[in-house]
Write a protein that binds this ligand. Structure first.
Ligand SMILES: C[C@](O)(CO)[C@H](O)COP(=O)(O)OP(=O)(O)OC[C@H]1O[C@@H](n2ccc(N)nc2=O)[C@H](O)[C@@H]1O
Ligand SMILES: Nc1ncnc2c1ncn2[C@@H]1O[C@H](COP(=O)(O)OP(=O)(O)OP(=O)(O)O)[C@@H](O)[C@H]1O
Length: 294
């Protein structure tokens, strides 16, 4: 595999793209997640290749005299609607006095390793900074380690505890299936189950990967170091990975429990999703394109 330098841009903090759809909060998928150390404050150091999907939540804002949030949509059940919702926390970080009527249409499962809450927070920051004409706050990672990467939903290599990002090129669109078995998994519980925290990072230069097959092959030699600990917390994750057994690559995203399968063609992904949905009607199963408009 040639190891070519990639089109890359270093930034300590991502800023929203001028042409990003500000109210769309796409699912985040960790194609790799190497845990390489732990800081004195207990947070873990990561080396992760992150992409976003063409599926996500949708935020809208309208002028009003107070700040309010309404949560709608097929995955609204159980999502907090009060001040602890990351959308309202993002609004308050941007402007403690700001007023707006916000609607969050939930399509992603919560506590699922695909950054639903973090991506919602990033979309709220993008939308409300325009609506209120306020600059983006400096310390958005205070809302969660995944929030900075969600501000600019393009493929990126993430370091530090999640706050350092580098946009990467050289990855194709990836036909994929996302599967969540409906067991919420708490991120701290998964990190706490780790027995080894000083694992190897990815290679310093990521290769150019022209096709989904080449991407799956290279990714298969990388890891998600949280997969084993998450399976100990929620053994059903093993069943999900088994169900994705015909994929070119099956792996867990983030701290789980959502797993992704990568396929050569969208038709292969659709066939796999139909089969899994039939066998496990209680699971959340979606056909997506990862890294859309690569
Ligand atoms: C595992 C990932 O999903 C990978 O993208 C993220 O790093 C998690 O991001 P997140 O959910 O936004 O995380 P936060 O809400 O900031 O942290 C939740 C908890 O996860 C643990 N945590 C999180 C991120 C990190 N780099 N090290 C950690 O140890 C900490 O116990 C923290 O209290
Ligand atoms: N807008 C939101 N959507 C979903 N969950 C939210 C939201 N705001 C707050 N939460 C809370 O955040 C917790 C984590 O949910 P989230 O969907 O962000 O987890 P996750 O997908 O595991 O994230 P990550 O991949 O960043 O670890 C949930 O248990 C929920 O109570």
């Amino acid at each position: 595999m040639p190891c070519l330098p990639r089109r890359a841009r270093h930034r300590s903090m991502l800023r929203p793209m001028a042409d990003a759809d500000p109210g769309f909060a796409p699912a985040k998928v960790n194609l790799t997640l190497h845990v390489t150390g732990r800081r004195a404050d207990g947070y873990h150091l990561l080396d992760s290749l992150v992409v976003f999907a063409d599926l996500g939540d949708r935020l809208t804002v309208a002028a009003d005299e107070a700040l309010s949030l309404r949560v709608t949509g097929p995955m609204a059940a159980g999502v907090p609607t009060g001040a602890d919702n990351l959308v309202l926390r993002a609004a308050r970080l941007l402007d403690p006095e700001g007023a707006a009527r916000i609607t969050l249409d939930k399509h992603l499962p919560a506590a699922a390793g695909i950054g639903g809450g973090s991506s919602d927070a990033a979309a709220a920051l993008r939308l409300l900074s325009r609506h209120w004409k306020r600059p983006m706050p400096d310390r958005v990672e205070a809302l969660g380690a995944d929030v900075p990467m969600c501000l600019d939903p393009r493929a990126q290599r993430v370091g530090g505890i999640g706050e350092r990002s580098m946009i990467v090129g050289g990855l194709p669109e990836l036909p994929a299936v996302l599967v969540n078995p409906g067991a919420p998994v708490a991120t701290p519980a998964v990190f706490a189950r780790m027995t080894r925290r000083d694992n190897a990072p990815m290679p310093p230069e990521l290769p150019v990967l022209a096709t989904p097959g080449a991407a799956a092959e290279w990714l298969a030699a990388q890891r998600n170091d949280l997969e084993g600990p998450a399976c100990a917390v929620a053994p059903v994750i093993r069943d999900v990975l088994d169900a994705l057994g015909d994929a070119r690559l099956a792996r867990m995203s983030g701290s789980g429990a959502t797993c992704f399968g990568l396929y050569d063609r969208p038709d292969d992904a659709r066939a796999a999703a139909d089969r899994i949905a039939q066998t496990e009607p209680g699971w959340w199963v979606r056909v997506v394109t990862l890294n859309p408009s690569a």
